[in-house]
Structures are given as structure tokens and as C-alpha cells.
Design a protein around this ligand. Structure first.
Ligand SMILES: [Zn+2]
Length: 273
């Protein structure tokens, strides 16, 4: 990947990053590394013990150095987060530091446990197989299995793009040859209006989906994982919103229908008196 990635926020590094995925902070980004080690910002994530989302706060033992370089000591550190509903509900993360490179090397509960809660809602808008594979991909990535998780995510992503294609190709201006011969980034561009805007704007991020599995390393796959997962979730979020809107419209239609038929019967009952 050529584009320099933004340093992860503490929440991203704790909750979204798979184990063993390294991030090297640039010299001008040491403050972002400090945040991962010391930040007291509240973290919004799933609490397996509450079985609901909760706000977690950092539990810090000892003093915090405000020096942005304070984390630059080779070794390990532990992040302990306490659920704001019940201080006995804790999340732990173990990090390793080497130079300006940080990686998460352990956590409890597992990344899969923390993340599958958010994924559960998508069961309504994914096929059974895709939903199973989505969970499998998250579990694999959580254990540092890059290529394997990537294969599952790629298939789900392609299925979603294909569903958008099935709708788009019925349009009169549709250029099917361009689509069929296009690589993933070009296909996403052609599907503008049928896919979330964010995907279209950031389509170059999805170039990696056109590369052969054998050309990709474990690390490249792990690095692409959060981007592809987010792309999938954006598409699914739109589907969930559309389904919710549809339900509301039907309820409104029913309510209006009820009101109209009630209004229609009232005069008659009045004339009877
Ligand atoms: Zn809790």
C-alpha cells in the first residue's frame, strides 16, 4: 500500500485491530502512540457481561507521564478498561512496543466476542452463508489469520457489489462492457448511486480486492481487513436503514388507512341517531 495510513485511535487499536497487526507511528505521530498507552478518553464498545453497549473508562495505576515520548520504551504495557455500569466488568489489552512500532499481542475478552455483537444486527440483511462467513472472518482476523479472513470478506463484499450491479444494470444508460472488464475500483465507480457514497469516494482503497490471493502477504491482508469490513458494514447499514424506513412507511400507510376508514364510517353512525 502506498498511501500512508492514519494512526489508529485508542478505540480502533483496542477494539478493531486484530492481534499481532503492527503499526509504526511516524516521528510526528508519537502523540497518537501516547494516546493508545495513556489516553483517558471514554471508549464506547460492547460489554459481554452487560450484554449491551457501554462506556468504558481507563483504569490507570500509578502516574501518567504527559511527555509524548513516554511510551517509547521497548517492552509491554497493559490497558485496563472498566465498564461504567459495573466496575467489575473489565476489558484487558496487552501491547508490545519496539521502537515506534506497537502491536496488540493479547486481549480479554476476545476480539471476536467484542465485535460479533455489532455484527449480529446484520443477520437480517445478509444471506445465511454470508452472515456465517462474516463472523468466521472476524474470528480468523482476531487470531492474526490474514489471508483466510480476507478470502471470506472478499466474497461477502463481492456479493454485495453484485447485488448493486443487478439493480444498476436495468438502467438505460448502463455500460455493461465497462463493468465486466473493470477492476473493483472501476466497478465501484460505475455503481455510483447504488453503493454508499463513502465507498465510491474511497474506491481506490478497494484495489486490493482485484489482486490475486497468492500475490498478497498475511500482513497486507490484515491491514486491508478493517477497510473492507467497514465497506461491508456501510453497505449493510444502508440496507438496514432502508428496511427500517420501509417498515415505518407500511405502518404509516396502515395508520392512515385506519384513520380514513374510521372517518368514512362516522357520518353514517351519526345519521343513524
Ligand atoms: Zn458492563
Amino acid at each position: 500500500m502506498t498511501a500512508r495510513k492514519e494512526p489508529p485511535s485508542p478505540q480502533e487499536f483496542y477494539i478493531a485491530y486484530p492481534l499481532y497487526q503492527e503499526f509504526t507511528f511516524a516521528k510526528e505521530e508519537v502523540q497518537a502512540g501516547w494516546e493508545v498507552m495513556f489516553s483517558q478518553e471514554p471508549i464506547d464498545t460492547y460489554c459481554p457481561e452487560c450484554n449491551a453497549h457501554s462506556i468504558f473508562r481507563r483504569h490507570v495505576a500509578g502516574t501518567i507521564s504527559l511527555n509524548p515520548d513516554a511510551w517509547l520504551r521497548d517492552g509491554h504495557f497493559v490497558v485496563r478498561l472498566k465498564c461504567s455500569r459495573n466496575a467489575d466488568h473489565e476489558l484487558y489489552f496487552l501491547f508490545k512496543v519496539e521502537g515506534r512500532t506497537m502491536q496488540k499481542i493479547g486481549q480479554y475478552p476476545s476480539l471476536a466476542d467484542l465485535n460479533t455483537y455489532d455484527v449480529r444486527q446484520y443477520a437480517a440483511v445478509l444471506s445465511r452463508d454470508d452472515f456465517k462467513e462474516f463472523n468466521k472472518a472476524i474470528g480468523l482476523a482476531a487470531h492474526g489469520v490474514g489471508v483466510g479472513s480476507f478470502v471470506y470478506l472478499r466474497r461477502i463484499f463481492e456479493n454485495l457489489v453484485d447485488a448493486a450491479y443487478q439493480t444498476a444494470k436495468t438502467g438505460s444508460e448502463w455500460d455493461d462492457d465497462a463493468y465486466r472488464n473493470g477492476r473493483m475500483a472501476e466497478r465501484i465507480q460505475l455503481l455510483e448511486g447504488h453503493l454508499p457514497e463513502f465507498l465510491v469516494e474511497n474506491r481506490s482503497m478497494y484495489k486490493i480486492l482485484s489482486e490475486g490471493i497468492h500475490d498478497l502477504t498475511e500482513d497486507e491482508c490484515l491491514a486491508a481487513f478493517p477497510i473492507i469490513k467497514m465497506g461491508i458494514e456501510l453497505v449493510l447499514d444502508e440496507k438496514l436503514n432502508a428496511a427500517a424506513k420501509q417498515r415505518k412507511l407500511e405502518l404509516a400507510k396502515k395508520a392512515i388507512h385506519g384513520l380514513v376508514s374510521k372517518a368514512g364510517t362516522e357520518p353514517r353512525s351519526n345519521t343513524g341517531v
